[in-house]
Design a binder for this molecule. Structure first.
Ligand SMILES: Nc1ncnc2c1ncn2[C@@H]1O[C@H](COP(=O)(O)OP(=O)(O)OP(=O)(O)O)[C@@H](O)[C@H]1O
Length: 347
């Protein structure tokens, strides 16, 4: 796939606060890319620089290989959808969608064809004449998406577009947004602090913290192979343990050596290990190196969350098997369940 946008060493300062500290990112045609991170990490600022609402303090934004950092928003082939729908309350659904095309003085019949196509795409056929103020939050956001897409941008920027919707509608809209993106076949750059949303929709997830990119990867990479403690703890739940990479394929933690599938670290390098709760099995104590006592069990709907206290720490296990509190147990996992990461601060 072709590279569409390149961010090169972007920095941004507001007064004396540095909110972006050297962002390097390639974004491709037809990609669904999500900027994911906690509040204040710089996601929106990055998006606003791509949109042209904000100028970087340093660094470059390239679009199809051409530097556009100084180009005003309306000259860029991007459109933005915000969390607040910002629809025109005095215009109906069709008029809201047609607004930009009317400004361009496009032929009326072409406009109405385009509006019809957009309404169909966002699932609002028959809503043309509706008053936008009477629509639900999810419907209003569909209108906002249609209004942005009707201009046929090369890139759609979405800043927490589902943030104001309740959980059920949000889930439904996630599925639909992904479908719309595949149908229009353009690049979506999506901002969210919701890891589940990021993992379920994106081709590529960019995890950010404190103005820096922590990891770029597919949802499975990010979940299964987090590169550091921040990514591992921000995405999903994990047991994170300090250890030593004895040599390729052999790691030591909690006083034992374990075979693993990782390599490429220095011999005896200080590392951290991630064990996902769902990758751990509870077995009889004599069947495992790590042993402990069940301290708590909580029913979570699909699985139990079980806390097991060992001499050194408390492990979290997600399993469908019940284990009564107070029982002595062993913790079993295979080489592929151990994910070795660089220690924070040492990479
Ligand atoms: N116009 C501005 N003037 C001063 N500071 C700003 C401005 N815009 C953003 N900031 C600051 O920059 C930092 C990054 O903000 P940004 O909105 O990019 O973060 P974010 O990751 O999108 O967070 P959120 O999810 O809360 O929107 C924050 O500390 C914010 O207060």
């Amino acid at each position: 796939m072709n590279k569409l946008i390149e961010l090169k060493n972007l920095t941004k300062n507001f007064d004396d606060q540095q909110v972006l500290r050297g962002i390097n990112l390639d974004i491709y045609e037809k990609e669904f890319l999500t900027l994911l991170g906690p509040s204040g990490c710089g996601k929106t600022t990055t998006l606003r620089i791509i949109a042209g609402f904000e100028e970087p303090s340093d660094g470059e934004v390239l679009f199809n290989g051409i530097e556009i950092s100084k180009l005003p928003p309306y000259k860029r082939e991007v459109n933005t959808v915000f969390q607040k729908y910002a629809l025109f309350p005095h215009l109906n659904v069709a008029e809201n969608i047609a607004f930009g095309l009317n400004l361009k003085k496009m032929d009326k019949s072409v406009i109405s064809q385009k509006v019809e196509r957009m309404l169909k795409m966002v699932g609002l056929e028959g809503f043309e004449k509706r008053d936008v103020t009477l629509l639900s939050g999810g419907q209003q956001q569909r209108v906002a998406i249609a209004r942005a897409l009707v201009n046929e941008p090369k890139v759609l920027l979405l800043d927490e577009p589902l943030g104001a919707l309740d959980a059920k509608i949000r889930k439904q809209m996630q599925v639909e947004l992904k479908k719309i993106q595949q149908e229009v076949g353009i690049t979506f750059i999506y901002v969210t602090h919701d890891q589940e949303e990021a993992l379920s929709m994106s081709d590529t997830v960019v995890v950010m913290n404190n103005g820096e990119i922590q990891q770029i990867g597919t949802p499975t990479d990010i979940y299964n192979e987090p590169e550091n403690r921040f990514v591992a703890s921000f995405i999903g739940e994990s047991n994170i343990i300090e250890g030593i990479m004895v040599k390729d394929y052999l790691v030591q933690f909690d006083g034992f050596e374990f075979e693993c599938v990782d390599k490429g670290f220095e011999d005896n390098e200080e590392i951290e290990v991630v064990l996902r709760p769902e990758d751990l099995d509870i077995v009889a104590p004599e069947q495992a190196k790590i042993r402990g006592t069940v301290r708590n069990i909580t029913f979570k709907g699909v699985h139990y969350e079980i806390l097991i206290e060992t001499e050194l720490r408390t492990y979290m296990v997600h399993t469908t098997d019940y284990a009564e509190v107070g029982r002595e147990v062993g913790l079993k996992f295979g080489p592929e369940d151990i994910h070795v990461m660089y220690r924070m601060g040492s990479y």
